[in-house]
Design a binder for this molecule. Structure first.
Ligand SMILES: Cc1ncc(COP(=O)(O)O)c(C=O)c1O
Ligand SMILES: N[C@@H](CCCC[NH3+])C(=O)O
Length: 437
């Protein structure tokens, strides 16, 4: 049996249990493809992050990077667990508002926030704006004046660290599109501009080096760099950062060859680095903020699919086709991301063939798995792809006019639909007929 499945997740008839609920019954009841979250696992991960900070006795914020999975129910769970959250668009902010997420715990990120988005953030009193560029300083200044308002801000810095991860997932390297560059003096200029603006309360600095990172080193370097910048700004400009935010990016295990540290181990290393740097430079210990997305929701998510057609290719791995694909999980096509897959309706069956799991979309690249080791499958079987909770549903599309799947939250043996399946009618809801004059 797949080693990523705990024995407690196997029902007596050999079905996969998610949050104590039979996944095969869920597939029958709600249809496939279906996205199911084990909510207990989400809560547990947030608690583990918080525990590290509590043990280290530092002030902190665990800010859930909601781009990984942004729905009303998810913001509610994050709020219940005392997490903060980051949003990167009016849409995410609107969803957080609908979830009654406490606005003072929201940070607004983004490298091209529009005037309308900044207005929405200011009017709803979000906790912090993480300023990314000079244009944004100007826009925000205008918005604050027009609304006779004040807001806490942080500056996003580009620390010049190339994290070991997929090129598309790097964000801290010098030529990144995100943040103010340190070496050219951009960052110091931004600091001066922001300090000169009485409506902006400059509370600290931020860096995020990338996503799905396995090594401690990049995070330690980023933490050290931020503290060095903070110390030099204190000396040069008399400015003391109250918050150091080191972003997210803690890697998770997708396949058996992945060996990441526990997400909370990354945080411990970051806190220790910041403490050491603070002691070395006699700097008042700042609040330490993190922004994990993937590590909070990734391992808790499962995509359930029903097996349909099969194509055998002499001498090559067969294609086993399912009723979903790149529309509900673009990551394999976009990043060659790998996942483990199990036969959810018979976990006890012996794996006997290597297959390719193809999606139903009209793209040869629509392969959910290039190599899955599975028992022999037949049409109607339910496959569960594991660890799909981050950047799956949030990057879903209606390609080929396929409706997006429903999302179910399962916890303590109960399941509840938290996002309905799109209907065919939903697909044409915004369409208008065209009439020639
Ligand atoms: C600024 C920022 N914070 C946090 C995250 C979350 O990253 P992850 O989901 O890898 O933890 C991202 C995404 O890479 C990001 O851009
Ligand atoms: N969508 C990416 C992560 C993006 C992180 C956002 N900066 C992934 O699935 O790996």
């Amino acid at each position: 049996m797949n080693s990523q499945i705990a024995s407690s997740q196997v029902s007596p008839e050999g079905h996969l249990l998610i949050g104590g609920v039979d996944s095969v019954s869920l597939a029958k009841k709600y249809g496939t493809p279906l996205i199911v979250y084990d909510v207990g696992q989400i809560r547990q991960q947030i608690r583990k992050f918080k525990q590290v900070f509590e043990e280290e006795k530092t002030s902190y914020a665990v800010s859930y990077a909601s781009k990984a999975f942004a729905t009303i129910a998810m913001y509610q769970v994050a709020a219940e667990e005392g997490a903060y959250t980051d949003v990167v668009s009016a849409g995410e902010l609107y969803t957080a508002l609908k979830a009654s997420f406490p606005m003072e715990r929201v940070s607004f990120h983004g490298n091209n926030k529009s005037r309308a988005e900044l207005e929405m953030a200011v009017k709803n009193h979000v906790g912090k704006i993480i300023i990314d560029n000079f244009y944004e300083i100007k826009l925000l200044k205008e918005v604050l004046q027009e609304n006779d308002s004040h807001i806490k801000v942080m500056l996003r810095l580009t620390p010049g660290i190339s994290a070991h991860t997929h090129e598309y997932d790097q964000t801290g390297q010098i030529d990144s599109k995100f943040g103010f560059d340190l070496n050219s003096g951009q960052a110091a200029k931004a600091l001066q501009e922001v300090l000169a603006e009485p409506r902006m309360d400059m509370v600290g600095i931020h860096a995020h080096i990338g996503s799905q990172i396995f090594e401690l080193n990049g995070f330690e370097m980023a933490a050290q760099k931020l503290m060095q910048v903070a110390s030099s700004w204190r000396e040069k400009y008399g400015y003391t950062a109250k918050i150091i935010n080191v972003g997210g990016g803690f890697g998770i295990k997708y396949v058996s060859s992945d060996h990441p540290l526990k997400p909370e181990a990354f945080v411990k290393a970051i806190v220790e680095t910041i403490k050491q740097e603070a002691a070395k430079n006699d700097y008042p210990l700042p609040e330490i903020d993190i922004e994990p997305g993937r590590s909070i929701v990734g391992p808790a998510g499962y995509n359930l699919y029903q097996v349909g057609s099969r194509k055998d290719v002499p001498g090559l791995k067969p294609y086993v086709t399912v009723d979903g694909g790149m529309g509900d999980n673009i990551r394999p096509a976009l990043y060659q991301a790998e996942y483990e897959t199990v036969l959810a309706n018979n976990l006890k069956a012996r794996e006997e063939e290597h297959v390719r799991i193809a999606g139903k979309y009209c793209e040869s690249g629509d392969l959910l798995s290039a190599d899955a080791f599975l028992p022999k499958t037949k049409p109607g079987d339910i496959l569960a792809m594991l660890d799909t909770g981050a950047y799956g549903y949030s990057m879903a599309s209606n390609y080929n006019r396929n409706p997006r799947p429903a999302v179910v939250f399962a916890e303590n043996g109960h399941a509840q639909v938290v996002v309905k399946r799109e209907s065919l009618e939903d697909l044409v809801r915004l369409d208008q007929s065209y009439q020639e004059d």
